[in-house]
Design a protein around this ligand. Sequence first.
Ligand code: CA
Length: 234
Amino acid sequence: MKILVIEDERKVASFIKHGLEEERYIVETAADGVTGLEMAMNNEFDAILLDVMLPGKDGFTVLRELREAGFVTPILMLTARGTTEDRVQGLDLGADDYLPKPFSFEELAARLRSILRRSSPEKTTKMKCADLVLDTVSHLGFRFNKEIELTTKEYGLLEYLLKNKNRILSRSTITQHVWKHNFDPESNIIDVYIKRLRAKIEREDGTKPLIQSIRGVGYRLRDVPQDDNLEADA
Ligand code: CA
């Protein structure tokens, strides 16, 4: 899951970022409303943590402009303590929840999980592909009921592949969604990580691999037999 944190207080932003990264979220930060709004509109995030008092554009303006532009990304507002008006205004403008400052990381993480769940009620917390299972709450991966040790980046990559199961994804699409938005598209990092992921999840008994390479394009995670007319080299 990819989260955008729009917060101008460096300490708070870094506290949130580090905590969320430990929980295996991919986190990007913006320190003012203008940059935050631009990042939110040009990238796909699973949720946004949005401070109210921001330089450039305040949180309410960012929220209103996002909703007016049709973005339905779940948004958790970070409000000043005890300002009921702020909370009401935020919810009226289309925020999904608010969290008064100061807050504990545990509470922030719980609220975030809650808005992520509510935004996709049709989804369960388990993503599956054949006998591969990823638990999006505990952030653990399993194959043959055995836990797979995944790094944060490997988890993010696998989650994105599972979210788009049976779809062919180009390297640049994967880069855009799983890596930082300013990542060098010419780099071969995707191939490096796919290789690491394969070493962890694929069987070695000759069965068709779950992650299929599509020559000249990218990758596909598949759980059903596909026609192999596409040039596949996996
Ligand atoms: Ca602030």
